[in-house]
Design a binder for this molecule. Structure first.
Ligand code: SF4
Length: 467
């Protein structure tokens, strides 16, 4: 059977979409390989959130053009957000590309791949190394970037690695918020949610396969179901979902990402305080500490409201970690606006933050705004804010030195496979010595030192809990 290679750019939702595509190809007998040079099908699942992600995927596919000449039977495809945004122009500019599939059509990829593999095989059978003329015969493609009702329910299958203990579960697609810098509403479409029953059933299956922790995924996850399902007893559909998943026997931990501050109401803060499987970590995108910039971003909250929300969440659960996303250099951001962001970040002391330089995306309102900021100013603010963030991250790690933390052991450490790694309930990475029998178990680890984003420690084996 043919072999396929899939590379993912971007966020956890893209990772999850790639996993669904991989599952559908493996179910048809295809074999997954880790090097594109061994593959008969090469798929790039793309991201469009920042220009750099676009350029990386385009550059990678451009380099694969040489391989297309040497291995005429190979199918090349773009999937995901950039495929959705650029459509057929990708085939025009990179003629070896045969497949372009948008964000609502991942479940069609296996059919399209099969069709293309068969067609290419027929044409290239007698061609060892096609001349440029002969290459024309191989220049055919399938482009499908149409909307498809119900596509949110098609990301539901998993291809779990041996001893995999954590998994992502896609609960909704799309976003209606239209933040002025963001291309997601164009690439992912309007908000559409799966039913609670479907999601619970998927999590049950994962738990039956030894998964201990799930992360519920959505572009605007805490507004899950607002168009489809009613509130009940004052609880939003998202809180109803959290309660239902929290009840699943054998599930140890429950996470979600990414919420929007405006969807973080009292019922959700209350759920954080009372649902034991919800972990002590909230990723809460701030974007800016300047009310003027937040308004221009169309973010619909103020810096003061964000700060109140942080205090409210912190008072709901002891030791809860809060992380965030921040954009510097948004159009019109003055030194004073930037200083307001910096001051707020200092005041909140996030456990971690992803700081991005604003990157104009075509067809978004912010790209056409006046007062675009020079790249060197963006870079200065980026570096300056990173220092503030790194300092608070360092402090939050050092605060744990000498303490015992509960770690779900995920497997060997990527940087040193002789050691194990896992995460605390607050989502901090912990590296420790231990036997592979600990994989999949919750281990109490005494933290010995902290280094940037990671903690290092020793397991207290007597207190290890098996689930
Ligand atoms: S909430 Fe804003 S930033 Fe997040 S996906 Fe929607 S439009 Fe983009």
């Amino acid at each position: 059977m043919p072999k396929f290679f899939i590379k993912t750019y971007g966020c956890q939702m893209n990772e999850r979409d790639s996993e669904q595509v991989a599952h559908s190809l493996i179910a048809r007998g295809y074999e997954r390989v880790v090097h594109e040079t061994e593959a008969d099908v090469v798929l790039l699942n793309t991201c469009s959130v920042r220009d750099m992600a676009d350029q990386k995927a385009l550059g990678k596919m451009g380099m694969l053009g040489r391989m297309a000449k040497e291995r005429a039977h190979v199918v090349f495809g773009f999937l995901g957000c950039m495929a959705q945004a650029r459509g057929a122009s990708l085939v025009k500019n990179l003629p070896h590309v045969n497949l372009v599939v948008g964000t609502q059509k991942f479940h069609r990829v296996a059919d399209y791949v099969e069709e293309l593999v068969a067609k290419k095989k027929r044409i290239s059978e007698n061609v060892q190394r096609p001349t440029d003329d002969r290459m024309d015969d191989l220049r055919f493609s399938i482009v499908d970037i149409a909307e498809e009702p119900g596509s949110q329910s098609t990301i539901r299958d998993h291809h779990l690695a041996p001893r995999q203990v954590t998994a992502f579960v896609s609960i909704m697609q799309g976003c209606n918020m239209h933040c002025t810098f963001c291309i997601v509403p164009q690439t992912r479409g309007a908000e559409r949610s799966r039913s609670i029953d479907e999601i619970v059933s998927e999590v049950r299956d994962l738990v039956a396969n030894e998964v201990k922790e799930v992360t519920l995924l959505g572009q605007i996850v805490n507004l899950y179901g607002r168009h489809e399902f009613p509130k009940e007893a004052g609880k939003s559909p998202f809180v109803q979902l959290l309660e239902a998943v929290n009840e699943i026997d054998g599930l140890e931990r429950l996470r979600f990402t990414s919420p929007h501050p405006i969807g973080f109401r009292d019922d959700l803060v209350d759920a954080i305080s009372r649902l034991p499987k919800l972990t002590e970590h909230v990723h809460l995108p701030l974007q800016s500490g300047s009310n003027k910039i937040l308004k221009a971003m169309h973010r619909a909250y103020t810096a003061e409201k964000y700060l109140d929300l942080v205090r409210h969440i912190r008072s709901a659960r002891d030791g809860i970690a809060i992380t965030t996303d921040i954009i510097v250099g948004f159009p019109g951001e003055t030194e004073d606006d930037y200083k307001q962001t910096r001051d707020l970040v200092e005041e909140i002391q996030f456990d971690n933050a992803f700081v991005f330089r604003y990157s104009p995306r075509s067809h978004t309102p912010a790209a056409a705004m006046p007062d675009q900021i020079d790249e060197h100013i963006k870079e200065e603010r980026n570096q300056d804010l990173l220092q503030v963030v790194n300092e608070s991250t360092r402090r939050s790690g050092e605060h744990l030195v000498g303490r015992t933390v509960e770690v779900l052991c995920e497997g060997p450490s990527k940087t040193n496979p002789a050691r194990l790694m896992g995460r605390t309930r607050t989502n901090k990475i912990v590296v420790f010595e231990g036997d592979n029998d600990l994989i999949g178990k919750v281990v109490n680890v005494k933290v010995q030192h902290a280094n940037g984003f990671s903690l290092y420690g020793a397991p207290l084996l007597k207190e290890t809990t098996t689930f």
